[in-house]
Design a protein around this ligand. Structure first.
Ligand SMILES: Cc1cc2nc3c(=O)[nH]c(=O)nc-3n(C[C@H](O)[C@H](O)[C@H](O)COP(=O)(O)OP(=O)(O)OC[C@H]3O[C@@H](n4cnc5c(N)ncnc54)[C@H](O)[C@@H]3O)c2cc1C
Length: 393
């Protein structure tokens, strides 16, 4: 068995694990990142694409935001569509001039991997972590497997950044571990299409057939979603049916436009909210989707993950520089306060925009919420502040 020693062992090279490794490197703290998948796989994994104001600033401050500033699309509002009419929410105007940036998660991942490789810092792809041991001592270790080779990494701390399908939370004993979950009765069918977006701003729509979202990744690539029933499968939807349904759900009395083009990727994602508590056990710290999942309606998943890392990197720095554990001790409570706010906002957006196929009372409440969000300046202001900059406020 090959053995390594580092200060912080990081499980997972998603946005959370990669940003943590990069920030620790800037602080002079050694880390080893272990990633189950190949570099090519993680660099091509299309997921989130909305970056909050404060999170974009954070990426820039740590030298990972150069391409984001150059290629990211700056947005100042969103549109809500319901009852066949369109209503713009002027997010920046209502949130102290702050903007948000549309820039694909896989681009953030590519930028952070390029920095790590240029630094010559350890990043092991195709390496699956199989066990995390002794987290309740000052000498935890990780066992991993890379092809036929077994690897053991000894560390001062372990960061579980292994996402919603990861295993690091299993190192928390069952009498301490708590998991809160809500499963929504719908999924999202998402496509990435080679088609110039027909809208400058994101459109979130509630149509009687279901939810719809029109977003984009660049001036030539559109990203669109349809709310579908949880048991629906991709083979039930032809390309033409997807485009027709998007056009129908997005149509308003004035604007019935959708630009069609070749579909490059498609997938169905279940909608869930999950919070794991505590986010720290002994020398193990969970960050990102390893600790919480939000339905993507509020565009919070990646932002929340990077927000955790900001807190953890500062806490580890304080420990190594001043031998002070106060911020590490506060890590779980500090993050959970923000995590629950993001859960609340994601739940609010989700419940407002997905019609309930069985419950007409619920549908009446949803329409009332939409009218409030679009007609009351106070309600639109709360929505705007949460959408644009929840994670660093
Ligand atoms: C299918 C899908 C679609 C999504 N779409 C959107 C969206 O449209 N909008 C939005 O806002 N959010 C979306 N999200 C959420 C957003 O992408 C996540 O919040 C974000 O990826 C969190 O980053 P992370 O680094 O915490 O986790 P991840 O990005 O999941 O990274 C975790 C990493 O850990 C690795 N790993 C797992 N287990 C192990 C192991 N045992 N050993 C080593 N490595 C391991 C994984 O391979 C992965 O690379 C989506 C999520 C999913 C799953």
């Amino acid at each position: 068995m090959k053995e390594l020693r580092t200060q912080v062992a990081i499980v997972g090279a998603g946005p959370a694990g990669l940003l943590l490794g990069h920030m620790l490197h800037l602080q002079g703290i050694e880390s080893v990142i272990l990633e189950h998948r190949s570099r090519e796989y993680v660099e091509k994994r299309v997921r989130a694409g909305v970056i909050e104001f404060g999170i974009a600033n954070l990426l820039e401050e740590v030298g990972a935001g150069e391409r984001l500033r150059r290629e990211g699309l700056v947005h100042r509002g969103i549109e809500l569509r319901y009852d066949h009419s369109a209503h713009r929410i002027p997010l920046s105007e209502l949130a102290d001039g702050k903007i948000y940036t549309v820039y694909g998660q896989q681009e953030v991942v590519k930028d952070l991997i390029a920095l790590r490789v240029a630094q010559g810092a350890p990043l092991h792809f195709d390496t699956e972590v199989t066990a995390i041991e002794d987290v309740n001592t000052t000498a935890p270790y990780i066992d991993a497997r890379c092809g036929d080779e077994d690897l053991r990494v000894h560390a001062d701390f372990v960061a579980g950044c292994d996402g919603s399908f990861g295993a690091s939370h299993r190192a928390i004993p069952s009498d301490v571990f708590r998991r809160y979950e809500r499963v929504y009765p719908f999924s999202w069918l998402g496509i990435l299409a080679e088609a110039p977006p027909a809208t400058e701003e994101l459109i979130y729509g509630r149509h009687e057939n279901g939810f719809v979202l029109y977003s984009m990744r660049s001036p030539t690539i559109s990203r669109l979603y349809l709310g579908v029933r949880p048991d629906e499968t991709l083979d039930q939807w032809s390309d033409e049916q997807i485009w027709d349904e998007l056009a129908e759900r997005l149509s308003t009395d004035e604007r019935p436009e959708v630009n069609r083009g070749p579909i490059l990727e498609r997938g169905i994602t279940a909608m869930r909210s999950v919070v794991i508590e505590p986010m720290r056990y002994g020398r193990l710290f969970l960050a990102g989707d390893a600790a919480h999942i939000v339905p993507p309606t509020g565009a919070k998943g990646m932002n929340l993950a990077l927000g955790d890392v900001r807190v953890l990197a500062e806490a580890l720095d304080t420990y190594y520089v001043k031998n002070d554990e106060a911020l590490l001790d506060a890590y779980s409570a500090t993050c959970l306060e923000r995590v629950w706010r993001a859960e609340e906002f994601s739940n609010y957006m989700t419940q407002m925009l997905h019609p309930n196929y069985e419950d007409e009372f619920e549908n009446g409440v949803q329409r009332a919420r939409l009218r409030q969000a679009t007609q009351s300046r106070e309600a639109a202001t709360v929505l705007s502040r949460n959408y644009v900059d929840l994670n660093t406020m």
